[in-house]
Design a protein around this ligand. Sequence first.
Ligand SMILES: [Zn+2]
Length: 254
Amino acid sequence: MNNCCARGLVLCVSEHGESDKIVTFYSPELGKATGIAKGAKRSKKRFVNKLEEFSLLRILYNPPKRDGLHFLREAELEDAFLSLRNTYPRYVAATFIGELILRFTREHDPDPNIFSLLLWGVQSLEKGRDPLETCALFHLRILGAAGYQPVLDCCGFCGETVRAGQNYGLHTGGALACGKCRGTIQGGSTAITVQTLRFLHHAQRVELVNLERLRLSHKNIEESLEILHKYTLHLLQHEIHSWQQIKALQNSSK
Ligand SMILES: [Zn+2]
């Protein structure tokens, strides 16, 4: 038996057959990984109350023979982050964060920085940070961590540095456009204020521990979520499913 151990945060769980569960998690050792927990629905000891969304686990497993599923032998609960499942706005935010991780990471490609960012996200929600603010900052940082850092300090068309008094928009092609360029380029753009741009540009560069101290206004959060969503839509050419719930949360918090 080839016993291995890894930490992992559960991203999604589905039932498989009568007694098994399929679990997808993100791990600093394995990256995004999927495993099967045989008999998980019956097991009182090995898995009960552990294989739940957003739980942080220490997992004993056997690696897959080829590209198949990891065989999960046992899990130990490090943190359940229970409030993420019991509080609706936190649940929506955690689901959004989980979906971004699923979309922007690959299997067999572990990145400890992405794991730290994910942990920062769920811990922030658990500690009661504004769910929408957490989503905006997480979205910004996962783009950078995954190698898709948006350029937010200069116009992507003429190269001019962002400055006060100008108006800006994120072009449908993913680049920032200054007021002059917005008038001449093809395709629409989503308006964004200089204040939000400066804030995001700063938030791209601070250490993860210092992200804790940044606070956004409601308007900054709304604008940030909107342009990051547009940017990601352009990158993935695919909608983020939980975006509609994020929008609904935004509307209900107005
Ligand atoms: Zn320009």
